[in-house]
Design a binder for this molecule. Structure first.
Ligand code: G1P
Length: 305
């Protein structure tokens, strides 16, 4: 059986939810405290045994390439000043121990089209797709969990998680058929962004996919679906009609950094574990909580006697 060695990270999205910050900058470079979100994804790939990553980029995405490249001027400056800690942080982003490749998606035709750009890179092997809007935290990285599942089933394996029913229209949703072992389901149907009233479940696709290469033939023929875009979910649904596609339920912590509030929550959570700022941040949150409670009390309507 072929080892899963390759990952594809689609990063061509326009980042409209973060405008104007993303007018001239890649949303994948927005930092969580001090680390760009895409670096978390690359680190998850590394911890999962991935050897080669293709990043599908677009306009304004050059900083992603630069981030993982060496910066000789900066490095010699830090060396001269004896800032060895910072120097290591900078060098670690270049010597990550994974091969990075880049391809551009010239027109934003949808996630399915972005993944299709990886056809030549992937060849005839199973591979993973990792979306940059979802950061995952769990003892065994989610990508590794999908690979472990694939080693047992030899089939495609899609990560899912329960979401509130009213949010199904933001996600690809599965119609689970039956449990096939720990946290794994066989699936009747994959539906992209269904209305909450029509959603077959509240198990949502959360941005990690293990796919067999047969997906490319289907993506090539895939017609636009939800939002007029070529949807990966629609091609996966077709794949499931010719070979088994399983879903693995994620039990760890997911951070949605593709949305303003999720991004702020993630920054706070990460800050609370960051050695440089965690104590001051904790004190500040407590202080703020006290102030807000006092404010709320002042504005509460007085009860009538
Ligand atoms: C994409 C996928 C969707 C999936 C989601 C996870 O949607 O199309 O199936 O549930 O990512 O984050 P997007 O967020 O790009 O609209």
């Amino acid at each position: 059986m072929a080892k899963v060695r390759k990952a594809v990270i689609p990063a061509a999205g326009l980042g409209t939810r973060f405008l104007p910050a993303t007018k001239a900058m890649a949303k994948e470079m927005l930092p969580i405290v001090d680390k760009p979100t895409i670096q978390f994804i690359v680190e998850e790939a590394l911890k999962s045994g991935i050897e080669d990553i293709l990043i599908v980029t677009g306009k304004s995405k050059r900083p992603i390439e630069d981030h993982f490249d060496s910066n000789i001027e900066l490095e010699s400056n830090l060396k001269e000043k004896g800032k060895t800690g910072l120097l290591k942080l900078v060098e670690d982003t270049t010597n990550i121990g994974i091969n990075l490749f880049f391809v551009r998606q010239s027109y934003p035709k949808g996630l399915g089209d972005a993944v299709l750009h990886a056809k030549a890179f992937v060849g005839n092997e199973p591979f993973v797709v990792m979306l940059g809007d979802d950061l995952m935290d769990s003892p065994v990285p989610l990508t590794k969990q999908l690979i472990n599942g694939h080693e047992k089933t030899h089939a495609s394996n899609i990560a899912v998680m329960e979401v509130p029913q009213e949010e199904t229209s933001k996600y690809g949703i599965i119609d689970p058929e039956s449990h096939v072992g720990d946290n794994m389901y066989s699936v009747k149907k994959f539906v992209e962004k269904p209305d909450p009233k029509e959603a077959p479940s509240n198990l949502a696709i959360i941005g990690r996919y293990l796919l067999t290469p047969e997906i490319f033939v289907l993506l090539e023929k895939q017609e636009p679906g939800a939002g007029g875009e070529i949807q990966l979910t629609d091609a996966i649904d077709k794949l499931n009609q010719t070979q088994r596609v399983f879903a693995t339920e994620f039990k760890g912590q997911r951070y949605d950094v593709g949305d303003k509030f999720g991004y702020m929550k993630t920054s706070i959570q990460y800050g609370l574990t960051h050695p440089e700022v965690k104590d001051r941040l904790r004190d500040y949150i407590k202080e703020l909580a006290g102030d807000l409670t006092a404010q709320d009390k002042k504005t509460e309507p007085k009860s009538k006697k």
